[in-house]
Design a protein around this ligand. Structure first.
Ligand code: NYM
Ligand code: MG
Length: 209
C-alpha cells in the first residue's frame, strides 16, 4: 500500500481555503481515494481552546507565547498526521506552519525565530498559497470577526507569505483573483495530478530544517 499525500492549503483570511479544502476532499472521495481534512488551528484540543479564545479576543496572550501555542497545536497532531498518511489516507490541511510564521512575523516577531518551533514537523508533499489582494478579501462575508482580520494586518501577513514563498520555492502560488470556485478547484486538481501517479517517498520531517 502506498502512503497518502499530505496537501496543505494556505492563504490570508477569507481567500477560499476552507471551500477549496472541502472541494478537494469531495473530489478524492468521489474518485475512491481515502482522504481526511484537518484544520489548523485545531480548536478542539485544550491548546486549541486557548487559541480560540485568544482569536476571539476573549483573552490576551503574549505574542511569543501564542506563537508557541499555535506550533504546539501542530505538534500535538503530528503523530496522527504521520500515522494517517502511512495508513494510506491522504490529508488535506487547511493552514499549517506557514500561517504560523506569516501571522507572527506580521506582528513583528523575528522570521528565523518564528520558523524554529515548527522545525521537524511532517513535510507536506504539496503546498498551495491562494493569493487574493487583502482589499478584495476584506469585502468578503464575515470579514473582521476575529483578531488579525484587518486590512493593515492582512497586508503585512501577505508580505510575510511572499518571503516564505521566495525561501520555500516548492510553495505553489495560485492567483484566485476573479476566479470561480470551480476554476480554482480545477487548477488545484491539475497541480496534484502528477503526484497521484508517482510513488511517494516516506514522509520527511524536514520542514524548516
Ligand atoms: N493563525 C493560524 C496563526 O496566527 N498562526 C497559526 O499557526 C495558524 C495555523 O489563526 N487568522 C491565524 C490565522 C487566522 C486564525 O485561522 C484562525 P482560521 O483558518 O481563520 O480559522
Ligand atoms: Mg479566519
Amino acid at each position: 500500500m502506498t502512503r497518502g499525500l499530505f496537501i496543505v492549503i494556505e492563504g490570508l483570511d477569507r481567500t477560499g481555503k476552507s471551500t477549496q479544502c472541502a472541494q478537494l476532499l469531495n473530489h478524492f472521495s468521489v474518485s475512491g481515494t481515502n482522504a481526511a481534512l484537518i484544520k489548523f488551528p485545531d480548536r478542539t484540543t485544550s491548546i486549541g481552546q486557548m487559541i480560540n479564545s485568544y482569536l476571539q479576543s476573549k483573552t490576551d496572550i503574549n505574542d511569543n507565547a501564542i506563537h508557541l501555542l499555535f506550533s504546539a497545536n501542530r505538534w500535538e497532531m503530528s503523530q496522527n498526521i504521520t500515522d494517517t498518511l502511512n495508513q494510506g489516507t491522504t490529508i488535506i490541511a487547511d493552514r499549517y506552519a506557514y500561517s504560523g510564521v506569516a501571522y507572527s512575523v506580521a506582528k513583528g516577531l523575528d522570521y528565523t525565530y518564528c520558523k524554529y518551533p515548527d522545525r521537524g514537523l511532517p513535510m507536506p508533499d504539496k503546498v498551495f498559497f491562494l493569493d487574493l489582494p487583502p482589499q478584495l478579501a476584506q469585502q468578503r462575508e464575515d470579514y473582521g470577526d476575529e483578531r488579525y482580520e484587518s486590512l493593515d494586518m492582512q497586508t503585512r501577513v501577505r508580505e510575510a507569505f511572499m518571503k516564505l514563498l521566495i525561501d520555500n520555492q516548492y510553495i505553489h502560488k495560485i492567483d484566485v483573483t476573479g476566479q470561480s470556485i470551480d476554476s480554482v478547484h480545477d487548477t488545484l486538481k491539475q497541480q496534484l495530478e502528477p503526484l497521484l501517479t508517482q510513488q511517494q517517498q516516506p514522509i520527511k520531517h524536514t520542514l524548516f530544517m
